[in-house]
Design a protein around this ligand. Structure first.
Ligand code: NDP
Ligand code: 13P
Length: 326
């Protein structure tokens, strides 16, 4: 089984910083790459990243903005926002001349192409061995060493298992899988559904509505997943149901918090990345192309685009025809 001793994390936001900490805790030699040279220098000297406040970066983590240096490793993790993953991998591609695992850690679907993250990696860096890491894991919890479990999928099971060995520790437990698509669908869709549930909570629709909306959201995530070939154990696993439960139940989630603010009629906090906002339009385009009904996601997309008011969207969902549960 291959061992991966050196790891680079591309993207020094909250998640990239937490993942660098995870890899260091697992005993890897870690480089964290920030696109901005000034940020890299500041993080390297203060050992503190304002994108993940209160977390001290381990002294052995090298922070750099030099991509050539960062890419001289045995495995890479990409932790940029989903819509910037292609740009980051394009920059890396000229440095990747032999098969190297590149793990997508972003949750989303690319605008315009409807491509999932590992497809983007395969296209942009043909030598890469694409993989995906996703599951219920807030950066802050992960960085502080609170127990978390995620799914890590690659096409080749032995590779997925080696990557798990390289990153896993008692407080960060990846489960390996070969169902890349299933993992990607869960991570992308749950962010959109969390906005819906946040809106319902913000509108004070009650705990019963919160549970109902989360469950019906899971039904539509599952419908799309099945249509795209995902395995049911993945959809009910950590990267599907697990992450949906986390994100739809906690204001610690930026997607839930965005919905909460919208539901309360407040201004959402500026500068916080809520991937569901970007995923919603492309998710419903993808669903339509597969003839899959995703009414909750459609309601979120129509609210975010201004095509519908919150009250009209809620009323639209509540007056849908009664039907068999599936
Ligand atoms: N935070 C979390 O708890 C988790 C997040 N994720 C996923 O991880 C992804 C990143 O989220 P998160 O880290 O929280 O977001 P942040 O907003 O904290 O950070 C995003 C980082 O990406 C960098 N970046 C943006 N564009 C580019 C680019 N073109 N090239 C290189 N770097 C770029 C930003 O750089 P700069 O600082 O210069 O702007 C920033 O450091 C999202 O898809 C999210 O869903 C997954 C699991 C947990
Ligand atoms: O993906 C996450 C937890 O698994 C983080 O959720 P938010 O992006 O909504 O904060």
């Amino acid at each position: 089984m291959a061992t991966f001793q050196s790891v680079a994390v591309i993207g020094a936001g909250a998640w990239g910083t937490a993942l660098a900490t995870v890899a260091a805790r697992a005993g890897r030699s870690v480089t964290l790459w920030a696109r901005n040279a000034e940020h890299a220098t500041r993080i390297a000297s203060t050992r503190d990243n304002p994108r993940l406040p209160g977390v001290r970066l381990a002294p052995e983590i090298v922070v750099t903005s030099d991509l050539a240096q960062a890419s001289r490793v045995e495995m890479l993790l990409i932790a940029t926002p989903a819509q910037h993953l292609r740009g980051a991998v394009n920059m890396l591609a000229s440095h990747i001349t032999k098969p190297v695992p590149i793990i997508a850690c972003a949750k989303g679907i690319e605008h315009g192409t409807h491509k999932f993250m590992t497809d983007v990696i395969a296209e942009a860096a043909p030598h890469a061995l694409p993989a995906i890491l996703s599951g219920p894991s807030f950066a802050d919890d992960v960085a502080r060493g609170l127990p978390t479990a995620v799914t890590l999928a690659a096409k080749d099971e032995a590779l997925a298992s080696s990557l798990v060995q390289a990153l896993g520790s008692p407080t960060f437990r990846p489960y390996h899988s070969t169902d890349i698509r299933g993992v990607e669908i869960g991570g992308a869709a749950k962010n959109v559904l969390a906005i819906a549930v946040g809106i319902a909570v913000g509108r004070k629709l009650g705990a019963s509505a919160q549970a109902a909306l989360t469950t019906r959201g899971f039904a539509e995530l599952t419908r799309l997943g099945r249509a795209l070939g995902a395995r049911s154990e993945t959809l009910t696993g950590l990267s599907g149901l697990g992450d949906l439960i986390l994100t739809c139940s906690s204001p610690q989630s930026r997607n839930f918090a965005l919905g909460l603010a919208l539901g309360r009629g407040e201004q959402p906090s500026a500068g916080k990345l809520a991937e569901g906002e970007f995923t919603a339009p492309v998710l419903i385009e993808l669903a339509a192309s597969q003839n899959i009904e995703m009414p909750v996601s459609e309601a979120v997309a129509s609210i975010l685009s201004g095509r519908s008011t919150i009250d009209a969207a809620i009323s639209g969902l509540l007056t849908r025809p009664f039907k068999a549960e599936e």
